[in-house]
Design a protein around this ligand. Structure first.
Ligand SMILES: C[S@@+](CC[C@H](N)C(=O)[O-])C[C@H]1O[C@@H](n2cnc3c(N)ncnc32)[C@H](O)[C@@H]1O
Length: 405
C-alpha cells in the first residue's frame, strides 16, 4: 500500500531524523501499514500521534507506538493461541473443513468449489468463515481466523497486539495479489497460488508475527486513532513534525483492504461481488481517493496544518495520479502557505510485485500480483515544508485563493 519502508532507508529516514531534532512530537495522519511510525517510535524519544480512516491501520500502528516495553509472548501463546487451537479442534465445522482438505486439495478447482459451498453454512463464531471462506482463505484458515478473533485477550494493550498479529497473518495467507481487492480464481495459471496460500498454517504464521511485533516498542508512548487527517489537524501544536503521505489512487483503499478491516472490526455485514466486498457504508471513503474532491481535501488539510504552524514532510508520486493529484499540484498548493525547504528532493524507488501501485500512478501501473515479480521504478517527491512567517492564519480560507505578501 505504498509502504514507505524502502524510502525510509533511502533519504526519508534521514530527513525525519534531522527534522525531529527541532520537533516536540511526530504526527502521521495517514499511517497505513505503520512503517513510518514504527521507525520513529523505535528510534526517537518523541511522542507519536497517528491516524487513518481504516481501523486495521490503527491497530497495526498502536501495536508498536502505544507499548513502551517488550511483551513476553509465552503467556499469550498459552492463554490465547493454545486456547483458540483447542476450541477450533472441537468445532464440527473444523472436522468438515479438514475432511474437505483431505479429499480435494489435489484438485484445486474442486477444492475451491466445495470450500465455497461449505462456507455457506452459517457460522456465528466470527465474520471470516461466511464472508471470505473459499475465496481468500480455505475453510480451515477462515475458521481459525474467527476463533483467533473470538478468543483475543481482554486486556486492551494485549488484545491490540494480538489482533495486529492476526491482521498480519491474514495479509500473509490471503490468496490474492498483494491486496484484497479480488481473490485468485482457480484458473490454469493462478490455481497454484491458491494452493500455496491456503496451505499456510494460520496459527504458526500468527505466532511468528506476534513474536516479531512483540519485540518492538516505542521509546515514548504514542497513540493512533481512527480519524480523518483533516480532523486531526485541529489537535496539532506548533513544534509538531507532520508526515503527509496521502492516497494517490482514485480507487478507495477500503476496496483493497476490506478483508483486513473486517478482521480489525471483528464483524461485517453481507458481502457481494467477486471481491466479496462488504456494503459501501461499511467501507471508509476518502475524499483523497475521489477525483472530484481530492484537491479540496488537500487544500483543507494544508490550511489546517498552516493554522497550527507545523513543519511538514510531504511525500507524493511525481507524475499525475488517478485521483487527479500530482507532485506538481501538491507543490502548487503547498507553496501558498509553506516555504519549500532546500532539503526537498525527488526520490526514485522500485515498486515490486507484492506492493502494487493500485492504479495510482498511470506511468507505473502494474498488475499488483505476486505472479509477476516486476521491478518498476517510481519517482516520488519529498517536500520539506516550513510555514511562511507572513501568513495571516486567521484569514486562511480554502474557499478563496489565498494571497501571501
Ligand atoms: C499512501 S497510504 C499511507 C502509507 C503509509 N505511509 C505507509 O507507509 O504504509 C494512505 C493511507 O491514508 C489513509 N487515508 C485515506 N484518506 C484518509 C484521510 N482523509 N484521513 C486519514 N487517512 C486517510 C488510507 O486508508 C491509507 O492507509
Amino acid at each position: 500500500m505504498g509502504s514507505k519502508k524502502f524510502m525510509l532507508r533511502n533519504g526519508l529516514g534521514e530527513l525525519i531524523r534531522d527534522q525531529l531534532q527541532h520537533a516536540n512530537r511526530f504526527v502521521d495522519p495517514f499511517c497505513g501499514s505503520g512503517s513510518v511510525v514504527y521507525f520513529v517510535a523505535q528510534n526517537f524519544d518523541k511522542q507519536i500521534i497517528a491516524c487513518d480512516l481504516q481501523e486495521y491501520a490503527v491497530v497495526l500502528a498502536n501495536a508498536v507506538i502505544s507499548r513502551t516495553q517488550k511483551t513476553d509472548t509465552e503467556l499469550l501463546k498459552k492463554d490465547w493461541l493454545d486456547i483458540a487451537e483447542k476450541k477450533i479442534q472441537k468445532s464440527k465445522l473444523f472436522l468438515k473443513a479438514t475432511n474437505l482438505d483431505k479429499l480435494y486439495s489435489k484438485n484445486i478447482r474442486k477444492w475451491v468449489k466445495e470450500s465455497r459451498k461449505l462456507c455457506e453454512t452459517k457460522s456465528i463464531i466470527g465474520p471470516v468463515w461466511n464472508a471470505y471462506g473459499g475465496h481468500y482463505f480455505s475453510p480451515k484458515q477462515s475458521l481459525t481466523f474467527d476463533y483467533l478473533i473470538k478468543t483475543l485477550p481482554q486486556d486492551k494493550e494485549l488484545r491490540n497486539l494480538c489482533l495486529a498479529s492476526v491482521i498480519g497473518a491474514a495479509s500473509k495467507c490471503a490468496a490474492s495479489p498483494g491486496h484484497t481487492a479480488q481473490p485468485f480464481q482457480p484458473t490454469k495459471t493462478a490455481k497454484k497460488f491458491i494452493k500455496d496460500a491456503w496451505e499456510i498454517d494460520v496459527i504458526k504464521s500468527c505466532e511468528s508475527i506476534l513474536e516479531e511485533i512483540a519485540k518492538n516498542y516505542a521509546k515514548t508512548k504514542g497513540i493512533a486513532l481512527v480519524s480523518s487527517a483533516q480532523q486531526i489537524t485541529s489537535t496539532l501544536m506548533k513544534g509538531d513534525l507532520v508526515i503527509v503521505d496521502p492516497p494517490y489512487s482514485g480507487v478507495q483503499y477500503s476496496r483493497f483492504y476490506h478483508v483486513l478491516e473486517t478482521i480489525a472490526r471483528g464483524k461485517c455485514g453481507s458481502v457481494s461481488g467477486v471481491g466479496r466486498y462488504p456494503a459501501w457504508a461499511e467501507r471508509p471513503q476518502s475524499e483523497f481517493s475521489n477525483i472530484s474532491t481530492s484537491i479540496k481535501a488537500l487544500e483543507d488539510l494544508m490550511s489546517g496544518l498552516i493554522k497550527k504552524e507545523v513543519t511538514v514532510i510531504f511525500t507524493f508520486p511525481k507524475g499525475k495520479c488517478s485521483n487527479g493529484l500530482s507532485g506538481e499540484k501538491v507543490r502548487e498548493i503547498a507553496e501558498k502557505w509553506f516555504n519549500i525547504d532546500g532539503e526537498s528532493r525527488t526520490h526514485e524507488h522500485p515498486i515490486c510485485g507484492k506492493f502494487s501501485t493500485m492504479g495510482g500512478n498511470n506511468k507505473t501501473k502494474i498488475k499488483g500480483d505476486r505472479v509477476k515479480a516486476a521491478r518498476i521504478m517510481s519517482e516520488e517527491i519529498i517536500l520539506l515544508l516550513k510555514p511562511k512567517t507572513n501568513v495571516d492564519i486567521t484569514r486562511v480560507d480554502t474557499t478563496k485563493i489565498y494571497e501571501c505578501r
